[in-house]
Design a protein around this ligand. Structure first.
Ligand SMILES: [Zn+2]
Length: 451
């Protein structure tokens, strides 16, 4: 019997996040990238050469965010005070059109470093149209578990020429990306097909996306029912509700994650529930763009699986799972009263439910023997976490990204004592500043002006 392990996470309060929301003092032993043993109390037969200190800290499965755009990170703090369609046309599209390969890489480094240092170990990510290899290369290097895809768009009002794609070529690029990256890095990287939204894609392109995803076993992600003007435009163009239109094209099902779901008719809600389509709640973005408040208790009541995501840096402006959890746990009390979103269920949305939405629940999302060792250790010494309380309350209402002490993916420490261990923080910050400078210059050459 092999009694030795690679890593020992010592002396924390463990929250395994299985169905029951119990917690206990204990240790975590890790071998070959997986959890070898969840130890209650002290003492184990196993020993390890390396250890990480979890005293005065909570130990949880790494957080899962099901909708982010790491490629948008350079545009953070630049696109303020506008609603969705203007935000896209006047800021985000000109920015994405101006990104070169180095810009995509720097944006991905910024977004992924922020996610990891904030305890998010797994994300479903939405790319831009070009240079998407660079996002996967960064994810491979920095160690995050990423399900990602290049954006598809072949129509739409006010889209810069550089972003509009020829449909067949757009699909061929995605097919090549998926073939190269799905399953890479020991299964850590996966491909998900990503048409931007109904207004950016022709029917032919959407149908092609669905065909490609289903024939390869890749997930699908898009945006839906975020904003009233968007919902009205979809009805004007297609004669259908947004979800009705997506459903007609096959863009519903338990392999589909739809970001937002703010403005839904009863019949759409029923369609989502019946097909098992996932809604990714992005409350930070919805508030900032003034889109509205998704009625999450009603969605859950109807049986729609709901998960969480921070969306993009230019519309939030941070990729913190803690910010989204706190909003999800407090916002809905306006409509449904203060008991409607229990902290434990919000925590589940950001861990095991997120893993289930990404079809990764067999591997991650809980701390259990045999699962991949994707782990976050949260320091309980921060002012807003003191003096005491139920762990779920402390995390959901009181914790911030700065409270994250250690982060592991596949048993590998990527963040240690709050610092990125898988990359050089100073070098990344330098590349980010240079890439934003260059990208902004290209945007201005194309006529973009800040207000
Ligand atoms: Zn989005």
């Amino acid at each position: 019997v092999n009694k030795s392990c690679d890593l020992h996470i010592r002396g924390g309060i463990l929250m395994p996040m299985r169905q029951n929301d119990e917690w206990f003092r204990g240790d975590l032993l890790i071998r070959d990238g997986r959890i070898a043993e969840v130890v209650r109390g002290g003492g184990s037969e196993l020993s390890a050469n390396h250890s990480l200190d979890a005293s005065g800290a909570l130990v949880l499965p790494g957080f899962v965010q099901c909708h982010v755009h790491v490629v948008q990170s350079l545009l953070r703090h630049q696109a303020e005070g506008v609603a969705l369609l203007e935000w896209l046309r006047d800021f985000t599209w000109p920015y994405e059109a101006a990104l070169d390969g180095d810009g995509v890489e720097a944006a991905a480094e910024l977004g992924i470093a922020e996610l990891l240092c904030g305890g998010t170990t797994t994300a479903m990510d939405f790319g831009s149209c070009s240079h998407h290899d660079r996002v996967f290369e960064v994810a491979e290097r920095l160690g995050i578990r990423l399900t990602s895809g290049k954006c598809h768009m072949d129509t739409g009002e006010g889209v810069p020429a550089g972003l509009i794609e020829e449909s067949e070529r757009s699909l061929a690029e995605a097919e090549a990306l998926g073939t190269r990256w799905h399953g890479a890095a020991n299964g850590r990287l996966r491909y998900a097909v990503a048409p931007r939204f109904a207004l950016s894609c022709t029917r032919q392109l959407l149908e092609g996306c669905v065909r490609m995803a289903r024939s390869n076993g890749w997930l699908l992600q898009t945006h839906a029912n975020e904003n009233r003007a968007e919902v009205e435009a979809v009805r004007r163009i297609t004669g259908l509700s947004n979800i009705g239109f997506l459903h007609e094209l096959g863009l519903t099902g338990d392999d589909v994650v739809l970001a937002h779901g703010v403005h839904l008719e009863a019949v759409e809600l029923e369609l989502l529930a019946r097909t098992g389509t996932r809604i990714c709640h992005c409350p930070g973005t919805n508030l900032k763009l003034g889109s509205g408040i998704a009625d999450i208790p009603a969605l859950q009541q109807a049986g729609v699986p709901v998960v969480l995501g921070a969306d993009g840096a230019p519309c939030n402006n941070q990729l913190s799972v803690f910010h989204e959890m706190r909003l999800a746990a407090t916002l809905h009390s306006l409509r449904h009263g203060p008991r409607c979103m229990e902290p434990a269920s919000v925590l589940a949305m950001a861990t095991r439910e997120g893993a289930r939405a990404l079809h990764l629940d067999g591997e991650i999302g809980t701390l259990e023997d045999g699962k991949r060792a994707d782990v976050v250790v949260i320091d309980l010494g921060g002012w807003s976490l003191l003096p005491d309380g139920e762990p779920a309350n402390r995390i959901v209402y009181g914790a911030n990204a700065q409270d994250v002490r250690h982060v592991l993916v596949d048993g590998k420490p990527l963040v240690v004592d709050g610092r990125l261990a898988s990359g050089d923080e100073r070098a990344i910050k330098k590349r980010v500043a240079a890439a934003w400078h260059d990208t902004r210059a290209r945007m201005e050459e194309s006529g973009w002006r800040t207000r």
